[in-house]
Design a protein around this ligand. Structure first.
Ligand SMILES: [Zn+2]
Length: 349
């Protein structure tokens, strides 16, 4: 789990982390940490787990920084505790740019972490914490760039807007979605949005930034199975649970047909050129035509594999609340992600 929850080395370099203090040491007030690292640590320590979100506490954190920097800002709070904030540097006539990230994070179970996920613990050159990658790290990089621009006083060709929003992890209705619906004036004249999804890496002696051109389309499903209820001591041949398990097993055994969309084809070929370890990506069509090679990619790199097909992850299961009761109903929830050029109605074609 840990590798998915720490700042990637390239990002650590961007944040210019100082030499690592002793393992596990609390470095809240370590003066060797530069401003960005200290701020990221503080930001991670604001628990913005969604639900409930509690983004307004982070809005106050940003507002305080803007106050001290003398930068005007605006906040909204569509529901108690669910705040968003933005600030704008005025520039010329070119289309404006928004530096956008979301404040909320998904829940983290401390039992499976090496450190308290809300502690922002700094260890061996890495800052550990829920949201370090998604997307408080990005938010602090945006903030530092925004503040550097403001401090420089340099004339800008375009407006630059820093924006931190609520509720992204639950669909964004109380965050970015709310702003689009209720404050279109903020977006007037904007032509570009820099958001999460791309990443920077050092490959050999080259710094490489990948650019996310779109996202797969979420389709969240609930499977409901019903069957005869009974006592655990005398199970029937079928039940809601066995039906549900069979359905899920079919889904696991029979994944959706792979397909390479044009942007993924370009991305894979470019990766193969940059990285010898990615040589198998050089011919994406051949890769998906050979099930063993595609299965190997799935094992070694689930993220790249997910770009090749529609996927469904089983994320929640529920049945009986008592160990000796055969439940009359069982449910599973599936987080399905569709290739971006396809509508949900074609999922089963
Ligand atoms: Zn995110």
């Amino acid at each position: 789990m840990r590798t998915a929850t720490v700042i990637a080395p390239a990002m650590a370099a961007l944040l210019a982390l100082a030499p690592a203090p002793g393992a596990g040491q609390d470095t809240t007030s370590d003066p060797r940490l530069p401003e960005a690292s200290r701020r990221l640590q503080q930001y991670i320590r604001i628990d913005t787990t969604n639900p409930p979100g509690n983004e307004s506490e982070a809005v106050a954190f940003f507002a305080d920084i803007f106050e001290r920097e003398g930068i005007a800002y605006e906040t909204v709070e569509p529901e108690p505790g669910r705040g968003s904030i933005w600030a704008r540097l005025e520039g010329g006539e070119a289309p404006g740019i928004i530096l956008l990230h979301h404040i909320d994070v998904v829940p983290a179970d401390p039992r499976f972490w090496n450190h308290d996920p809300m502690s922002g613990t700094y260890e061996n050159g890495y800052l550990n914490g829920r949201g370090a990658l998604d997307t408080k790290g990005l938010g602090i990089m945006h903030l530092e760039a925004f503040l550097a621009l403001a401090r420089s006083g340099a004339p800008l060709e375009r407006d630059v807007i820093f924006m931190a929003t609520a509720d992204e992890e639950a669909g964004g209705k109380l965050g970015a979605g709310w702003i689009v619906r209720n404050r279109p004036d903020v977006l007037q004249g904007v032509g570009l949005v820099l958001n999460e999804g791309g990443s920077g890496r050092v490959l050999g002696n080259r710094v490489v930034f990948s650019v996310e051109v779109t996202q797969k389309v979420p389709m969240w499903l609930r499977l409901n199975a019903v069957g005869p209820a009974g006592h655990g001591s005398s199970p029937s041949t079928r039940s809601a649970v066995t039906d549900l398990v069979e359905a899920l097993e079919r889904l696991r055994q029979d994944p959706f047909a792979p397909r390479i969309v044009p942007a993924v084809g370009d991305f894979f070929r470019d990766l193969a050129e940059l990285e010898s370890a990615a040589a198998e990506l050089a011919d994406p069509e051949r890769l998906i035509a050979e099930p063993d090679r595609l299965a190997a990619l799935h094992r070694t790199n689930p993220m790249l594999h997910a770009l090749t097909r529609n996927t469904c992850a089983v994320t929640r299961l529920q049945a009986s609340s008592k160990i000796n009761v055969v439940a009359p109903a069982a449910t599973a929830e599936l987080d399905c992600r569709l290739l971006p050029d396809q509508g949900a109605t074609r999922l089963h074609s």
